[in-house]
Design a protein around this ligand. Structure first.
Ligand SMILES: Nc1nc(=O)c2c([nH]1)NC[C@@H]1CN(c3ccc(C(=O)N[C@@H](CCC(=O)O)C(=O)O)cc3)CN21
Ligand SMILES: O=c1ccn([C@H]2C[C@H](O)[C@@H](COP(=O)(O)O)O2)c(=O)[nH]1
Length: 282
């Protein structure tokens, strides 16, 4: 069993057995047929993944690691808010006629801000600090920008990364760790998707900064399972599991902006069958 399988199974059991239901309450999302999408939820789920041990992919079903990587490049590297720059269709429901999802995700990461060192966006600020000031405790991004929320198709869910550098006693390389703060998590559709994405982001930032990728701490305020997902999750967590896949980035890439989807390799990814057509609450 992969470590991520264990974390995922424990989290789902805890939500189903001890979570609170929003049934009959005032909720925002709806199913395609217009009925309200209620959830069973837990407040404050915290999961820790050590990337020096294995890649945090579940094997209960296949996480689209390549598509997840493509989306993280769309947000963090292309800094795009247009679905035409994305190779999957996961954002189609939230895009306008021109393909834009508004001032969300990639848009915010591309906004330049004034610092003492000059004008930089949040991504370049992180890369600058990792190179010049790795022990800073101020290396973080935040895309939950209140003044722009009214122009976002969906408010950012995974909204902040805090990077923190540590050193092992006998290692020449520094270790890059990160906290991913997420206000809201659709556990079936996107938990492992988000975990794999931010693990890959941490690996990319570590590599181009000459560091080793260490721990990813995932802090989720509202971890929920949608009502129509409950039977799917129950079946999913009863499946047999496998060892974690081996996931590598092309070690020759030296600049964050040079990574492409072809620089990701996923080997030995043995999984259970895909759950086809998971309904997504909009
Ligand atoms: N209710 C809801 N849940 C979400 O997870 C979610 C939203 N809304 N709104 C915006 C984005 C879109 N996200 C999504 C949407 C769909 C998949 C999805 O269907 N994934 C497929 C694989 C897709 C692929 O590999 O290309 C899966 O099987 O998990 C993943 C993330 C995450 N976000
Ligand atoms: O990266 C993502 C993006 C979205 N989600 C989920 C979490 C919620 O189920 C919905 C957003 O609805 P809100 O009412 O705005 O919380 O999308 C995710 O898990 N991961």
């Amino acid at each position: 069993m992969s470590y991520a399988d264990q974390v995922f199974i424990d989290m789902c059991r805890d939500i189903i057995e001890n979570g609170c239901s929003t049934e009959g309450e005032k909720v925002r999302p709806q199913w395609e047929d217009g009925t309200f999408a209620y959830t069973v939820k837990k407040f404050g789920v915290v999961n820790r993944y050590d990337l020096t041990k294995e890649f945090p992919a579940i094997t209960l079903r296949r996480t689209g690691i390549k598509s997840a990587f493509d989306e993280i490049l769309w947000i963090w590297q292309k800094k795009s808010n247009n679905i035409r720059d994305l190779n999957s269709h996961i954002w189609d429901e939230w895009a306008d006629g021109d393909g834009s999802i508004g001032k969300a995700y990639g848009y915010q990461l591309g906004v330049k801000h004034e610092y003492k060192e000059g004008m930089m966006d949040q991504v370049d600020r992180v890369l600058y600090d990792l190179e010049n000031n790795p022990y800073s405790r101020r290396i973080m991004t935040n895309i939950y920008v209140h003044q722009d929320l009214h122009e976002m198709a969906l408010y950012p869910c995974a909204y902040s990364m805090t990077f923190n550098v540590t050193k092992k006693p006998d290692s020449p390389r520094l270790t890059l760790n990160a906290v991913l703060n997420q206000r809201s998590q659709d556990v079936l559709a996107a938990n492992n998707w988000n975990v794999c994405q931010y693990a890959l982001l941490l690996m990319m930032f570590a590599q181009v900064s000459g560091m080793e990728a260490g721990e990813l701490l995932h802090v989720i305020a509202d971890a929920h399972i949608y009502d129509r997902h409950i039977p799917l999750v129950k079946e999913l967590i009863s499946r047999e599991t496998h060892d974690a896949p081996v996931v590598r980035l092309n070690p020759e890439i030296r600049s964050f902006y040079d990574f492409t989807v072809d620089d990701l390799s996923v080997e030995n990814y043995v999984t259970g069958p895909q759950i086809k057509n998971i309904p997504i609450a909009v």
